[in-house]
Design a protein around this ligand. Structure first.
Ligand code: NDP
Length: 292
């Protein structure tokens, strides 16, 4: 028989996870704070637990997918975690992941934190590219990796329980900058006879062509030589920024999504790093903040 899973949380993500396991034939016991939200899953074959403690007692493998770290603490407060394998797929910070690991270990459980790199429709869908970063107990991961691989791919990033969240947030933070740039680009053409649907494919191919520059930045960070292989040096890029800002002004578009990054590039140039790549901006981000 396929191994059974207890799942706490039948929100959008929890429901998608439960459906993937049910579809693969795994018995699922689900609990949700608002019972009505678990009804659809009951109709699809899930057992519904009356309390979080009851769900935890039902199976050794317990997966938690709630709103935030505080709701995890609240939901599990009355549960006996001794001997459980707890997998927390709730989005949290690295410090919250580490604290939750210590908290679970004190209560006799093995613990794995997860960061889901997907939206619910990608869960359980073939070839969707969905995966989950995991960190914490390697023993737990090894023992349950086949079950964990049912809803999405698995990427184990180390025994430090904070690393799943750190990887998750690093990628989401990079995405934030990318979407900021995309919105600025759409704003630039908004008042012209250029359809957003004409610009979109150009954005996709341009960003796809530029993204591999991350490898070059990595090589520069690892060697400590920010001039290594530079093709577009900082002095040239700062000069180019003036054209980006002037165009924004001509088009009546606020530069506020661009200026924080440009300001850092100017500071780095003023510090005498004009011949290097922009990668050296990382040094400014790591520098202690004034008054901090
Ligand atoms: P939803 O808002 O759909 O569901 C939130 C869930 O948390 C519900 O089950 C809700 O119960 C429960 N909950 C909230 N507060 C408490 C509490 N104090 N005690 C017990 N249960 C509580 O969110 P999602 O399912 O989309 O997200 C769940 C997790 O997955 C989040 O951490 C999110 O960041 C992460 N995630 C979500 C993605 C997405 O695109 N949706 C993508 C990647 C990660 P109730 O029904 O009773 O309110």
């Amino acid at each position: 028989a396929l191994s059974p899973i207890s799942l706490l949380g039948a929100g959008a993500m929890g429901t998608a996870l439960a459906r993937a396991w049910l579809a693969a034939g795994h018995p699922v016991t689900v609990w949700n704070r608002t019972p009505a939200r678990a009804e659809a899953l009951a109709a699809e074959g899930a057992a519904v637990a009356a309390s979080a403690a009851e769900a935890v007692a039902a199976n050794r493998l317990v997966v938690v997918c709630l709103l935030d770290d505080a709701s995890v603490g609240e939901a599990l407060a009355g549960a006996d975690l001794a001997g459980r394998d707890l997998v927390n797929l709730t989005t949290d910070t690295p410090a919250q992941g580490r604290a939750r690991a210590a908290w679970a270990t004190e209560r006799g459980a093995r613990f794995l934190d997860g960061g889901i790199m997907a939206v619910p429709p990608m869960i359980g869908a073939a070839q969707s590219g969905a995966y989950v970063f995991y960190s914490g107990s390697a023993g737990l991961f090894e023992e349950h990796r086949d079950v964990l691989a049912v809803p999405a791919g698995t990427v184990y990033v180390g025994a430090d329980a904070g690393f799943a969240a750190l990887h998750d947030v690093a990628l989401l933070s990079a995405m934030s900058g990318m979407f900021a740039g995309i919105l600025h680009a759409f704003a630039l053409v908004r008042r012209e006879d250029i359809a957003p649907s004409e610009l979109a494919p150009l954005l996709v191919s341009w960003l796809g062509a530029m993204a591999p520059m991350a490898h070059q930045a990595a090589a520069q960070l690892e060697s400590g030589d920010y001039g290594k292989g530079v093709v577009s040096n900082l002095a040239m890029q700062v000069a180019g920024n003036a054209t980006l800002l002037a165009t924004a002004q001509e088009q009546g578009v606020s530069p506020e999504l661009l200026t924080p990054y440009m300001t850092l590039m100017e500071r780095r140039l003023a510090d005498g790093h004009g011949e290097e790549d922009t990668t050296g901006v990382v040094e400014l981000l790591l520098a202690p903040q004034e008054g901090g």
